[in-house]
Design a protein around this ligand. Structure first.
Ligand code: ADP
Length: 501
């Protein structure tokens, strides 16, 4: 019998994703959800993927089946070198490397503790970003794309272009920088520059200086070959004075390489048909489970058990961005509409106190859980009828996407990703998936809540809104395809540059 010689499969192009937090290892916000899900979606889109993230104190290697790699790395940063270890594991079928340097990362918080931001954050995340290159050299990883996320990973693009541009392993590597929230820029005193190994020549307004400080995020925007943010609307908004956080000029200058790609959701983790964290599963064809989830949630949170009262959820960092002050302003009128409210959140002390005060004022009708609780977040998505996001700005927002999937109708301010992903219900309730308002005021929020309550009172109208929302597809496939297209374009540029050079 003739033997068929098989050619080895051609290697897939490698994307190295750099993120300071990633589900299931660590999370403070939406970035972690994206970093945990995108690698899996990119594998399906035809890329080899390596995710690189720090190993914080809370990451137990045994729990996540992480193997300590025996090759230690010496990572140079400024005039010093640091002995850094790595753990290796998997998310889905993508490889993950966790950068292990306990003096920097073995702490409870990711970026801060109760007394504020860690004083050495510039060093911690520069070391993280710089470690990537030793990691690639040690494990022979040849990235076609280095995709850095947010200010914590931004310096990797500086190191790529300034230190490694001519290195054979990185000569064809193209850099992508994604802004998940422009308000967090990583600002530090200029004295940190030497410790980071970043040249003083960059300390000028056209470089990474920002009003006398070093701005990490600027390094990402300046040195990336392509800059993305997490919705099309936000990509346009950040080029304006209102949303540009002082960087609108730079972002306008980079408009040619700036685009918006909306986040997807992890369809396995957030799926009412299979969710193990909710008391009863359901789908658009059989919604009885949702009613059970509502009664169970009312019981769990000490709200009056009533299947008919409109129950509004909110899960949020209680930061000014998220507009909890609008809820505070509208609360009394809102409660006069006869609704119940379930808030889960943690953040600024004033908003936490206000949430507690509302719960005390409206026992059995307004519940406030202060803390971070993933299980309860799922139960609120499943057990509420409506979901409030009165954000002042919102790069993408994930909870409105989870809400749509869980048949929970979003009430959102028309900004950023909220505006892109929710369609306003028309007057007769025949089209649309949620309720939008424009002004950042309690009155405007109240107006949207009143419209929602009116629609809720008509069972047929409400069912239509819920069904349309559940039918929308915000899973990662489409968005991963858009990243894939962007990467392929950059790889073609790199190839053309090699041929020309
Ligand atoms: P951001 O990243 O600005 O905080 P997103 O809506 O993009 O906002 O993502 C927030 C993520 O964090 C969602 O997955 C949300 O469910 C989760 N989350 C926020 N606060 C809490 C909390 N207190 N408990 C549990 N999950 C939370």
């Amino acid at each position: 019998m003739k033997r068929i010689r098989r050619e080895p499969a051609p290697a897939l192009p490698l994307v190295v994703l750099l993120s300071s937090e990633a589900v299931p290892f660590s999370k403070t916000g939406g970035l972690a959800d994206v970093a945990g899900a995108l690698p899996i979606a990119l594998r399906k889109a035809g890329f080899d993927v390596v995710l690189v993230t720090p190993r914080y104190g809370s990451v137990d290697p045994a729990k996540f089946r992480l193997a300590k790699r025996l090759k230690p790395m010496s990572v140079p940063l400024g005039a010093k070198s640091y002995d850094v270890d790595t753990f290796e594991g998997k998310v889905g079928d993508a490889r993950v490397f966790l950068i292990d340097y306990p003096p920097a990362f073995a702490r409870e918080g990711l970026y801060r503790d109760a007394s504020g931001d860690f004083a050495d954050n510039a060093f911690r995340f520069a070391l993280f970003s710089r470690s990537l290159f030793e990691l690639c050299l040690t494990f022979d990883l040849r990235p076609a794309i280095l995709h850095a996320n947010d200010w914590q990973a931004a310096l990797a693009l500086y190191y790529l272009k300034r230190e490694f541009a001519a290195h054979p392993l990185f000569a064809s590597t193209r850099g992508v920088f994604t802004i998940h929230n422009l308000a967090y820029q990583g600002l530090f005193p200029p004295a940190v520059l030497e410790e980071l190994g970043v040249g003083w020549d960059l300390f000028k307004p056209e470089g990474i200086e920002f009003w006398g400080k070093v701005n990490f995020l600027k390094a990402g925007v300046l040195f990336a070959d392509a800059v993305t943010t997490v919705s099309e609307r936000y990509a346009a908004e950040i080029q304006t004075k209102e949303f540009g956080c002082g960087l609108e000029g730079l972002l306008q200058a980079r408009a040619g390489v700036l685009s918006g790609i909306v986040n997807g959701i992890d369809a396995d983790v957030w799926n009412p048909r299979t969710d193990k964290l909710i008391p009863a599963t359901y789908s658009e064809v059989s919604m009885t489970g949702k009613g059970k989830c509502k009664l169970a949630l009312q019981g769990e949170l000490g709200l009056a058990r009533d299947p008919d009262v409109p129950l509004i959820g909110m899960i949020s960092r209680l930061a000014d961005q998220k507009g909890f002050d609008l809820v505070e302003a509208a609360a009394d009128w809102m409660m006069a509409e006869g609704v119940q409210v379930a808030v889960l959140g943690t953040g600024e002390a004033v908003h936490e106190a206000a949430a507690r005060a509302l719960a005390a004022r409206y026992p059995g009708r307004f519940s406030a859980t202060i803390g971070f609780n993933d299980g309860l977040a799922h139960r609120i998505e499943a057990g509420t009828d409506m979901f409030m996001m009165p954000s002042r700005y919102e790069p993408c927002g994930l909870n409105q996407l989870y809400s749509l999937r869980y048949g929970t109708v979003p009430i959102v301010r028309a900004t950023g990703g909220l505006d892109d992903t929710v369609d306003d219900v028309d007057e007769l309730g025949r089209s649309g998936t949620g309720f939008k308002f424009h002004d950042a005021t309690g009155e405007a929020l109240l107006g949207a809540v009143q419209r929602a309550v009116r629609a809720y009172s008509d069972a047929a109208v409400w069912r239509g809104i819920v069904r349309r929302g559940m039918a929308r597809d915000f899973t990662w496939g489409t968005s991963a395809e858009r990243y894939a297209r962007l990467y392929r374009g950059l790889m073609a540029d790199a190839l053309a540059a090699r041929v020309a050079g």
